[in-house]
Design a binder for this molecule. Sequence first.
Ligand code: SAH
Length: 412
Amino acid sequence: MSAPSTEDGALALRVYFERPMIRLRLKPGREASVLRRHPWVFSGAIASTEGDVSGKDAGIAEVVDAGGRSLALGAYSPESQIVARLWSFDGHAVDAALFRERFASARSLRREILPPETTGYRAVNSEGDRCPGVLLDRYGDAAVLDLTTGGTETWAEELESAARDVFGAQRLVVRRTAASRDRGERPEPPGRTGGEDPAPFLESGLRFLADLSRGQKTGFFLDQRQNRARLRALAPGARVLNLFSYSGAFSVAALSGGAARAVDVDSSEPALQLAREQRRANALPAADSDFVRADVFEDLRRRAEGAEEWDIVVCDPPAFAKKKGDVPRAARGYQDVNRLAMGLVAPGGWLLTCSCSGLVDADLFQKIVFSASIDAGRTFQLAARQGAGADHPVSLDCPEGEYLKGLWLRRA
Ligand code: SAH
């Protein structure tokens, strides 16, 4: 079944969305988290699913308790363990008007918190902006709308038009990354095989490039803005080793802050290519030897054999744990890479070590890093903890939204 076609698109959508097609009846006692406005409903909490699950508008779900009382409305993702992500707890229809309202509220937060000369930022942060399953990243005149769940993918048209209305980007790329995530796969690998030029934008006056369609995430790691700023401030005169560099944004920040040298290490050639372009865009040095295509673990072992020393090492790997079962292996990975990285830090130097695995919480990550320091035989002070900036807000209703951990460690 499709939306009624009329000249008055907004009215038609309202009618379309107001009638939930799927009813998810919870098992007795499983309503507590919904009553606390937690936006996730796990498949294990569902007693029965009623309605036409095959319909085109099956994207909308009404969640009812065991007795049939309506509790919430949300996006239905039958393929995912999180079978519904909830958008409305007060009976408000999930419709084009709600999308616009939520986007406008997200936009007003950004107006309050962004640093000057910054045109690249996360404009809508999923659960953190009460838009579960929707990310919107802004890069200058361009924007990327990333629909990360099956449910929000079925609302693509309406979300896209609300995004155009509220954010007014000249170029809007829509990415649908739900299917791969639902299967527990990584989002598509990076790689530029032609196509459109990356979108230019500013962050605190520095020039960056986001590869919108094929880059990692939506093309750039906006969540590291605050750590880039701190690195820039610490950088004067420093030799910086940037591990898992992707497009080398940390190095751009360090060099613009006065670093003597910055070396990017990544396994992806297209990422390193973009890193070169970003340095050139900022008139920063870009010698061939500053870009090393290698496996970081092997590269670190080679550097250890050469007894190298660096003033600042940045270690920002991809998420090692994608699902619960990965956590023990991920912990070993973090432990290894941190032990090796610590071995290269000069006395009085710094290690910024990060984890973006939501499943490895801040406590566990700090324990892993501590144990790496014991194995490395090195003493470090934890000088600061810093995660994502205020354009990545976390809803108190959904603390799981806080995924990025960054520890600033100074070698004693
Ligand atoms: N620090 C980056 C983001 C890192 S994303 C930034 O601030 O922009 C993770 C990066 O690690 C990706 O670019 C990926 O290509 C790279 N990568 C993943 N596994 C790797 C490995 N074993 N060795 C080297 N690079 C790796």
